[in-house]
Write a protein that binds this ligand. Structure first.
Ligand SMILES: Nc1nc2c(ncn2[C@@H]2O[C@H](COP(=O)(O)OP(=O)(O)OP(=O)(O)O)[C@@H](O)[C@H]2O)c(=O)[nH]1
Ligand SMILES: [Mg+2]
Length: 605
């Protein structure tokens, strides 16, 4: 069975037949209708109302038109350019793989002050119920979620229900369950809201007392923690001489309990929360991230042998509030890495039944996309297609490198190289090549005012074609450099190269030969340099045509081989770790037993 997971936004830019219409039947109807309209337009035999879009040149479907008024599928659709610009401006900050959320557990329900009332029972016992606990905020690992798009900015669980008379306790607030995709890292961050200090609170109280009068302000403050029986406050102020103020006693108890709860909460929040929902996490595992506040006590809680009619109850406690950042690092077996337009999405479409956007302009893919490659024996390999990488991505050029986090967790790196690329000169990237610190220094040293950087660029002719120059090789090196700049050691992962667009027979075979030679030389050099740490694997280069699905099976079988080897290595390492831990535990137990024996023997003597 094919299973494709994709963020919703990634599906936005498809072939028009896929974007505009829900079903293929709709698309077919539209295509046949539009063909009829076009045919009629060309013959000019029909001056109908339907072709207003071609008349006033405003295409209804957003695609640019060719001179003869037909949609130009090779050009970037209108409106999309804006989307790309926005993405480029935001440098990946607006990916749906990072978000911040404020979670707050629900407040506890208030306790109730109530007394039993019955005919001939004038002064019944207190019977106010306790308030219910506030709801918790819970994150649940879900294999069905693929992005953080659905995560709200604030997640507040509902409060507990208040207690009622006749000892009816309020029920607990419902837990708020937020589903998070596998591969999410949850971190607690400091609150951006300014916390009120004790001085600020005093000042607030002072202002309130100016507004309301001192006693009223105090009552209001007290009512934040206490539920008082009507007219209790008056009776407390006019307490006859010699009568004990039980309320003060109750306040002291509650203050002591508050202190303990605060200390426990402070101890718990000392270490900021850090959760990793990774591939070892089971689907449906729940993590409590915002604890609901406890419910308030009803008045029977304050019943003592002396005080038979407590006329106060407490309010529910505030729930726990936390600020969390969620970062999604897609978990895939293989990550496709390549320059824009190399054919990553085309390859993914060829090997899986994913339908990523494919178009001949750069940055077609704006969000990571995952497809599953299915083998005949039901084995599956998850492949992640990420946006194109360009030189300088580590300096946040292009879409930046924020999306590289999606290959960070891939076991295998698959470099997709356009083997038909033929420029002959080094591609210059704005912001990377225009300026270097060395150029600046040279400029300073130049006395005659002529820019040294200009001179140096004149000295070496950029258009000079080097016999050993290979654009695909330069592209591959760019990818390696960018990955290394993002995370040192990333390129040491098991990897393979897809030499895509091998169907372009004019250039591809010639390019491939040189590319293979240069890559093997470079790889050998790197293996020597990193001999202590590099896995001793060679890099395989497979020429394919993703567009025409040629040589795809070879790639998928090599990919499976590498993934299986890696998985076997991982499970062997996990088993070794488990064995070591078990041995350590047994050793510790044996040591304890021996010590106990020695102590027993010495006490017997
Ligand atoms: N001739 C030929 N063209 C190909 C092949 N694979 C992809 N293309 C074309 O290359 C262009 C870019 O393909 P995409 O799959 O969108 O490239 P991408 O690497 O995903 O690009 P970005 O998403 O922008 O990073 C499209 O016009 C494809 O039709 C191939 O094997 N042969
Ligand atoms: Mg793409």
């Amino acid at each position: 069975m094919h299973r494709v997971m994709t963020p919703c936004t990634a599906q936005r830019w498809h072939h028009p037949a896929k974007t505009l219409f829900r079903t293929q039947a709709h698309a077919r109807t539209f295509n046949s209708l539009s063909l009829i309209t076009r045919a009629q337009d060309n013959t000019g035999s029909l001056d109908n109302d339907n072709n207003t879009s071609t008349e006033d040149n405003t295409p209804v479907d957003g695609w640019q038109r060719t001179a003869d008024g037909l949609p130009d599928y090779t050009a970037e659709p209108r409106g999309r350019a804006k989307g790309v610009e926005w993405k480029l401006r935001a440098k990946g900050r607006n990916f749906v793989d990072f978000c911040r959320i404020k979670v707050s557990g629900g407040q506890g329900g208030d306790g109730c002050v109530s007394f039993h009332r019955e005919k001939f029972v004038a002064f019944g016992q207190p019977n106010g119920g306790n308030g219910g606990r506030g709801g918790n905020v819970i994150f649940e690992a879900s294999a069905n979620e693929t992005s953080l798009q659905h995560i709200p900015h604030t997640g507040s669980a509902p409060r507990g229900v208040h207690g009622k008379g006749s000892l009816m306790h309020g029920h607990a607030g419902k837990d708020l369950i937020i589903k998070v995709p596998m591969g999410t890292i949850i971190r607690e961050v400091p609150s951006p809201e300014k916390e009120k200090s004790a001085e600020d609170e005093d000042e607030d109280l002072f202002h309130k007392s100016l507004e309301l009068g001192e006693t009223e302000a105090k009552d209001k403050e007290m009512s934040k923690r206490w539920v008082l029986y009507p007219r209790l406050a008056n009776s407390l102020t006019a307490l006859p001489e010699g009568k004990v103020n039980y309320f003060e006693e109750a306040q002291a108890w509650v203050a002591e309990e508050d202190r303990i709860v605060e200390a426990r909460r402070a101890a718990m929040s000392k270490k900021p929360l850090l959760l990793d929902v990774n591939e070892h996490t089971e689907d449906g595992t729940q993590f409590m991230v915002g604890r609901g506040g406890g419910g308030g006590y009803g008045n029977p809680h304050f019943l003592t042998t002396q005080n038979r009619a407590p006329k106060y109850a407490t309010r529910g406690r505030e729930g726990q509030t936390r600020w969390l950042t969620l970062e999604l690092k897609t978990i895939a077996d293989a990550g496709l890495v390549g320059l824009p337009n190399a054919g990553k999405s085309t390859f993914l479409q060829a090997v899986s039944n994913a339908h990523p956007a494919i178009a001949p302009y750069p940055f077609t893919t704006l969000n990571p996309y995952i497809g599953t490659v299915d083998y005949s024996d039901s084995y599956q390999v998850k492949v992640a297609d990420i946006p194109g990488l360009i030189r300088g991505a580590h300096m946040n050029i292009g879409l930046g490198h924020s999306f590289l986090r999606h290959v960070e967790r891939s076991k295998v790196l698959v470099y997709v190289i356009d083997i038909a690329a033929e420029f002959g000169i080094k591609r210059r990237v704005k912001g990377v090549d225009d300026w270097t610190p060395e150029e600046d220094l040279e400029q300073e040293e130049t006395k005659d005012g002529e820019s040294a950087s200009l001179k140096s660029s004149q000295d070496e002719d950029p258009n000079a074609v080097n016999a050993e120059y290979s654009q695909p090789f330069e592209d591959w090196k760019t990818l390696l450099d960018e990955l290394e700049a993002y995370q040192p050691g990333l390129t040491r992962r098991p990897s393979m190269i897809i030499a895509n667009k091998a169907d372009v027979t004019e250039v591809a075979p010639k390019n491939l030969k040189l590319f293979q030679k240069l890559v093997h030389d470079e790889w050998a050099k790197r293996r020597v340099a990193n001999s202590s740490t590099t896995d001793d694997h060679d890099i395989q280069i497979v020429p394919v045509s993703a567009k025409y699905k040629k040589n795809i099976v070879k790639v998928t079988s090599i990919l499976r081989e590498i993934v299986e080897t890696e998985k076997a290595k991982e499970s062997a390492a996990a088993a070794r770790k488990e064995q070591r831990e078990r041995e350590e535990e047994e050793e510790a137990l044996a040591f304890k037993a021996t010590r106990r024996n020695i102590m027993n023997n010495s006490s017997n003597e």
